[in-house]
Every structure is written in structure tokens, then in C-alpha cells.
Ligand binder design. Structure first.
Ligand code: DHE
Length: 508
């Protein structure tokens, strides 16, 4: 066991960063790089870490889908200069600029042989460090286990654990490259499951501060959901176009669901979520106008997808509090309300731009439930009446933003303007008047976004998303800064209590 742990640790240390092309360079004589075609250059310099097939190894996958989020000049820069604090070296002194540009372009083209990731490959990737039930069922620290925060640090790929009372870090896990999406907790808050964009699902035991198991479910993964009964983990992939069901105890592969319509048209998955009150997973699909419901309870059709046909695809969606309806939106605009029981659309949402419904939250206003969503393309927050689905208000903001957060114990909701020149400022909205009543700018000129509250709603934790960034803690009433906890590009942060009790002010 120790050997596996040590090997994994070594692999982790080596893999951190986009590249890790580094170790790839051997000291022995190599063919002249100036004369090589991009494919040959790749095999000479990159394949050792990123895999001969570009599917990843110690370094991440280098497929077009994996590089989608990296701008052309960023990729050029990484190839030339390497990546700070990782094993990825720069090649500017060894490979001529023109050849590096060709290599960058080549990395963005599909491999001649279509990448695959079969059930056998999924099984073979699994590593179990601690068999289910072998670690003590008692926290190894004094902090309140229900008031821990997990912080995803994207800079050097770590997951930090904060004591939510003292607001101090108590542990830092190394993680796979580029975690994305919300970590998903078991109901008792002991276990947490995270997905990396490269397809790795990791299970951590927070009480023992230990990594339990890992498995690679795909080459490009959207996100992961955990069933409310704690038995299943479902991951949604874009490459291959499928969903993968795992046994939550040890991440053993249970089932692969190819995602395609009745005519065999495959679809990438937009997102998968647990619909706890329904005892099912719900999956939105990006290329075919369907929503799939996979019941996991003790029912005759357990684990068999029920397919609901829609008028338009869903890129993003939100559950109403009873989990009867989903409010969905597609990248091309427009929103729809789908009644999951009836299995069809019941209303159209009057939404402009690109609402980020997955980041929506709800609160009570004038005796009515409203769903409130940021917008990735418009400087506005939409407020929707959950009774008749009409738009109650559109709140103007400083710029398009990603996230919106509140808490039952605070009168305010906080939003960012991350997609605009005002990305350094969060605005604070009064939940009753629907007016912007304040703002905070943790560091002028530096990106600040994503808020999560302590379990009592007293403090708001904001991410200063820079390499020398921080979690900046604000008093949620006075908006005064209370402290800064240094972090390496913190992205999201997640409070165990708010998540496991499904607070209406946070994502689930
Ligand atoms: Fe995310 C959650 C999709 C880009 C940070 N993001 C999610 C979820 C989805 C999603 C479906 C819900 C997952 C869940 O809860 O399990 N994100 C998308 C996109 O489609 C988009 C726009 C483009 C993409 O390439 O994927 C996108 N997301 C980003 C970023 O650029 C962010 C800011 C930085 C990053 O690390 O990639 C980013 N996404 C996040 C965060 C969450 C998230 C922090 C979790 C929010 C939460 O509080 O639950």
C-alpha cells in the first residue's frame, strides 16, 4: 500500500501543470528538432509525459477538447516558456519558434485515430488506497467537520481544507490536473468526490484527511454527481460521449451509458446532478434535445435511463426547490421549464444573453419563491417567479458574471462581474429591494469571484483568483474585510454544512 501511495504521490508531483512535457526531454542525443514535423516533435519531446496517443499520462491529455479553454497565445507561451511551479519546461531554446507554432496548431487537431476510453481502460485506471470501511469513522482533527470548507486551488492543483470556525487551513491535498465543478459530498459530509476536466474522479475521506480512491472515467469530463443514498457516483463526459456509473464505496465501475438518441446520434453531456427528493440522477445533454433521468432507488426500473424529449438542447439547468421542474437554458439563448413528472416543457423563460442557471439560487420575496440567476453574457441578474415563471426583475450589474451566492441568514446576495473589465469587484444585492446596495474590491485589477458563506451565514468567503491570491473573508453584514488566507489561484470553495443541507443560497 505504501508503495502505491508513494508512486501516486510521485506521479502527482510530476503531473501538476498543463504540461509536464518536462521529463520528456532526455539527455541522450535526439534528432534535430528543427527538421521534425509536429507529430514527430510531439513523440520526441512530449509523449513520455502526455502519452504517445495524447490521452495523458503523468501530464494531462493534449487533445483539442482538453485545450479548448487555453487561448492560442497562452498555449504558445506554455510551449515556449513552460509553466511555473510545474514540471513543464519551456522549449524556446531548443525548438525554433516556427516549429513550436506548428506544434501548437497540431495539438489542436484531432488525432488520426479517434481517441477511445473503454470500460477496460476505465477499470485498469482505478487505484484504491483505502478499502471501504478500513479508516476510522472519527475525524482526526478538532475542527467542526460540518463547518469545513474545501477550496479548489487551480494554480498548482490542490484542494485545501479550511476550519470554518477559525478560518484557518488544516490540510492541503494534491489533486489531479484542473478540477472543475462543485465537489460532491456524502450526506454525512465525510466523503467528497471531485472530477478533473481530464476525466479523473477522486474520492477523499475528509475525516481522515486521506485520498481513498481514484479512477479515470473519460478523456474529457463535465462533472460528477453523488446519489443521496450514498451508493452511486455518476460522471458525465463529453469525450467519449457517455456517462459512467461508479460504486461510491471504492469507485468500481458499475456501468457505462453511451449517450445517443433513438437514431444513434451521439451527444456530449452538459451536466449531471443528483435530484435527491426524486431518488434519481438528472442529465442534460449538449447535442440532442433530451434530458435523461436515471432512478437509483429501490424501484423496478432502477438505473435505467428515462429519456424526456425536448424542443431544444440544454447546456445548463436549475432545479426548483421541490425538484419537480428544471429551468434550463442553451448556449444559443432561450430558456425553458420542464416538468419532470409530466415529461415535457411547460413554460418558456424570457431570458436574454446566456443565463448561468447552474449558478442560480432561490430565496423568498413578498411571500413568493424566486429563482435568481447570473448571466455570462449580459450585465444583469434575472429574477424569476417560481410560481408562474415570469421575470420579476432584471437587476443591472457592473458586468456579465459567473456566480451568485447567498445564505438563509443574510439579507444579501453576492455576484461577480468576472466576464467584464470590472472583474475585480463583487456587488452585493438586497434580496428584497433587488437593488445593488454595496460592493467589495479585494484587490484592484485582480479577478475576484465566487462566494460561499460560513454555515451560520456570518462571513462571506471570496476568491481572489490569482497565483498569489487569497480567500478574502468579509463580514457578511458590514461588508468589512476580516482576514485573508493566502491561496494559489483559488477558484471555488464549498462549505460542508451548506452543501449537505442543500442551503438555498448555494449550488447543490
Ligand atoms: Fe464551470 C461549475 C460548466 C467554465 C468554475 N461549471 C460548473 C458546472 C458546470 C459548469 C456544468 C456545474 C458542475 C457541478 O456542480 O457539478 N464551466 C462550465 C462551462 O460550460 C464553462 C462556461 C466552459 C467550460 O469550458 O467548461 C465553464 N467554470 C468555468 C471557468 O472558466 C471557471 C470560472 C474556472 C475553471 O476552473 O474552469 C469555472 N464551474 C466553476 C466552478 C464551479 C463550476 C468554481 C462550481 C460552482 C459551485 O459553486 O458549485
Amino acid at each position: 500500500m505504501r508503495a502505491i501511495t508513494a508512486t501516486l504521490r510521485m506521479a502527482r508531483i510530476a503531473m501538476v501543470g498543463l504540461g509536464v512535457l518536462a521529463v520528456c526531454l532526455s539527455a541522450r542525443a535526439q534528432p534535430d528538432s528543427t527538421a521534425l514535423a509536429p507529430g514527430a516533435l510531439y513523440q520526441q519531446h512530449c509523449a513520455v509525459c502526455h502519452g504517445t496517443d495524447r490521452l495523458g499520462g503523468m501530464g494531462p491529455a493534449l487533445l483539442p477538447q482538453s485545450l479548448e479553454r487555453l487561448k492560442a497565445k497562452e498555449l504558445d507561451e506554455v510551449l515556449r516558456q513552460g509553466r511555473e511551479a510545474t514540471q513543464m519546461p519551456g522549449f524556446a531554446t531548443q525548438i525554433p519558434a516556427v516549429a513550436l507554432e506548428q506544434l501548437a496548431r497540431w495539438l489542436r487537431t484531432e488525432p488520426t485515430e479517434s481517441p477511445h476510453w473503454t470500460a477496460d481502460e476505465i477499470r485498469a485506471s482505478r487505484v484504491v488506497l483505502h478499502a471501504d470501511g478500513t479508516l476510522p469513522a472519527k475525524p482526526v482533527f478538532r475542527a467542526d467537520p460540518a463547518n469545513l470548507f474545501l477550496v479548489v486551488e487551480a494554480g498548482s492543483h490542490h484542494l485545501s481544507v479550511l476550519d470554518g470556525d477559525r478560518l484557518e487551513p488544516i490540510h492541503r491535498f494534491a489533486t489531479r490536473f484542473a478540477l472543475h465543478g462543485g465537489p460532491k459530498f456524502s450526506r454525512d459530509g465525510r466523503y467528497v468526490f471531485v472530477a478533473s476536466r481530464d476525466g479523473w474522479i477522486s474520492k477523499f475521506d475528509l475525516w481522515n484527511l486521506s485520498l481513498v480512491a481514484e479512477i479515470r472515467v473519460g478523456l474529457n469530463t463535465r462533472n460528477v454527481a453523488v446519489s443521496d443514498d450514498g451508493k452511486w457516483v455518476l460522471a458525465g463526459n463529453t469525450l467519449p460521449a457517455n456517462m459512467v456509473l461508479l460504486d461510491a464505496r471504492d469507485l468500481a465501475l458499475a456501468r457505462v451509458y453511451p449517450v445517443q438518441d433513438a437514431d444513434g446520434m451521439p451527444s456530449r453531456v452538459s451536466a449531471v446532478y443528483d435530484a435527491a427528493p426524486r431518488g434519481s440522477f438528472i442529465a442534460a445533454l449538449r447535442d440532442i434535445p433530451e434530458v435523461w433521468e436515471i432512478p437509483y432507488g429501490n424501484v423496478p426500473d432502477a438505473l435505467v435511463p428515462r429519456k424526456i424529449r425536448l424542443d431544444a438542447v440544454l447546456d445548463d439547468f436549475f432545479f426548483d426547490p421541490p425538484y419537480r421542474h428544471i429551468l434550463g437554458a442553451s448556449r444559443t439563448g432561450g430558456g425553458q421549464v420542464i416538468d419532470l413528472d409530466a415529461g415535457h416543457k411547460v413554460a418558456t423563460l424570457a431570458l436574454q444573453g446566456m443565463p448561468h442557471l447552474g449558478s442560480g439560487i432561490t430565496w423568498e420575496r413578498n411571500g413568493q419563491s424566486v429563482m435568481v440567476s447570473p448571466n455570462l453574457k449580459q450585465a444583469a441578474i434575472s429574477v424569476i417567479d417560481m410560481g408562474d415563471w415570469h421575470t420579476v426583475a432584471t437587476i443591472p450589474t457592473a458586468g456579465p458574471g459567473f456566480f451568485l451566492r447567498s445564505h438563509e441568514q443574510t439579507p444579501y446576495a453576492w455576484t461577480d462581474a468576472m466576464m467584464s473589465p470590472h472583474r475585480d469587484t463583487l456587488q452585493v444585492i438586497d434580496k428584497q429591494s433587488l437593488r445593488v446596495v454595496g460592493s467589495v474590491t479585494p484587490a484592484p485589477g485582480h479577478t475576484a469571484a465566487h462566494v460561499e458563506f460560513t454555515r451560520d451565514g456570518r462571513y462571506a468567503l471570496v476568491s481572489l483568483m490569482e497565483r498569489d491570491g487569497a480567500i478574502v473573508v468579509y463580514d457578511a453584514t458590514t461588508l468589512r474585510e476580516v482576514k485573508r488566507i493566502p491561496m494559489d489561484k483559488p477558484i471555488g470553495k464549498y462549505n460542508v454544512f451548506n452543501k449537505t443541507t442543500r442551503s438555498s443560497g448555494t449550488s447543490h
